[in-house]
Design a protein around this ligand. Structure first.
Ligand code: UT7
Length: 329
């Protein structure tokens, strides 16, 4: 059996926050942000919009593209570091909204690698039981609510959004469509370099933690940058070697959108020309778990990726977590 992409969907909030807007909030400049990150603007959810609302919009679009309804789903998995609540999960919230009565639903926390993790978990869960056919996997983030808008080191980087994929288990297709190879890793030894310190059981929320800005993303940028390039390249090479796919056979490379300099460094080391690299960081910034899903959806809907084309996904995030996947669409 193969696990194929039956449909994709994405959603970004309407409100745009430009670099010029940020110049009025912190000591930064459009020039610094563009040259150091490639970001020009990002989307910000409305106060009443939570991450499950963004996930719902993306999920509906993916279901429509797949030609199925919530009732057809066997599982819903949401990757997020900004769930509506610690519990219940966004997965369960979506189940009710989508009428996915027979699906079992849960969340995955793998930071920016979340969507890739859910692709792997969704694939495994579908393969496990013969009667399971459809999994809806979604990366959805409202990072604006864990961004410290007084910290120029981080606030220029992040944005809100959601990307969704419907996975379907089918008999093997003649053109070999489906998930071809994956390579997924974690290294908790680097847990401290990218995290949100408070709000969990280690440092529960208090008035002091709020005063100390401990409910926001903290990142050692330079260290994260170096690790990201090496990890994304290594995972990408592993899937290419294990599948016997050369760089020239890949239609589109979709890297996690954390920094244009990281994306370009990864492409250079993988020998991928610019025209086969998918980039939308200029419009959305880093949307963590949503990033790869939004890119996949835009690449497919714009015709950059056509049926039969091979996509190479590669990602990196807090945990640390990283990985890559080769998928024939
Ligand atoms: O999504 C998952 C993982 N995330 C990543 O992979 C992100 C990885 N890291 C990065 O993308 C980059 O490290 C950053 C974009 C976060 C920072 O870029 P950098 O080139 O590594 O800059 P830096 O942190 O080394 O800072 C260079 C200078 C510093 O000033 P001094 O100490 O040299 O005087 C910073 O204070 O740039 C300063 N700076 C800024 N200046 C204007 C930092 N942020 C800003 C800013 N505007 N927004």
């Amino acid at each position: 059996m193969s696990i194929v992409i039956a449909g994709t969907g994405s959603y970004v909030p309407e409100k745009i926050l430009t670099n010029a807007d940020l110049e009025k909030m912190v000591e930064t400049s459009d020039e610094w942000i563009r040259t150091r990150t490639g970001i020009e603007e990002r989307r910000i959810a409305e106060p009443g919009q939570a991450s499950a609302d963004l996930a719902y919009e993306a999920g509906c679009r993916a279901l429509e593209a797949a030609g199925i309804t919530g009732a057809d789903l066997d599982t819903i998995i949401v990757a997020t570091v900004t769930p509506n609540h610690v519990f219940p999960s966004n997965g369960c919230i979506l189940q009710a909204k989508l009428g996915a009565t027979k699906a079992f639903c849960f969340d995955v926390e793998a930071a920016c690698s979340g969507l890739l993790y859910t692709l792997e978990i969704g694939r495994a869960l579908l393969n496990m039981i013969p009667s399971r056919r459809y999994a809806l996997v979604i990366g959805a983030e409202k990072l604006s609510c864990i961004t410290d808008w007084s910290d120029r080191n981080t606030c220029v980087l992040f944005g809100d959004g959601a990307g969704a994929v419907v996975l379907e288990k089918t008999a093997e297709t003649e053109d070999g469509r489906g998930i071809i190879a994956t390579d997924i890793h974690s290294d908790g030894n680097y847990a401290e370099i990218l995290k949100m310190p408070a709000g969990g059981s280690r440092i529960p929320a208090t008035e002091q933690t709020v005063r100390d800005h401990l409910h926001f993303i903290k990142m050692e940028g330079r260290e994260t940058f170096k690790l990201a390039v090496n990890a994304m390249v290594s995972a990408a090479k592993t899937v290419m070697v294990s599948a016997g796919v050369a760089s020239s056979e890949i239609g589109v490379v979709i890297p996690h959108q954390a920094n244009l300099r990281i994306i370009n460094a990864v492409a250079q080391r993988l020998d991928v020309p610019e025209d086969r690299l998918f980039v939308n960081i200029n419009k959305y910034g880093n949307t963590s778990a949503a990033s790869i899903g939004i890119c996949m959806d835009e690449a497919i809907r714009s015709g950059r990726v056509k049926r039969g084309d091979v996509m190479l996904l590669t990602t990196f995030g807090g945990g640390l977590t990283w990985g890559a996947a080769l998928i024939r669409y």
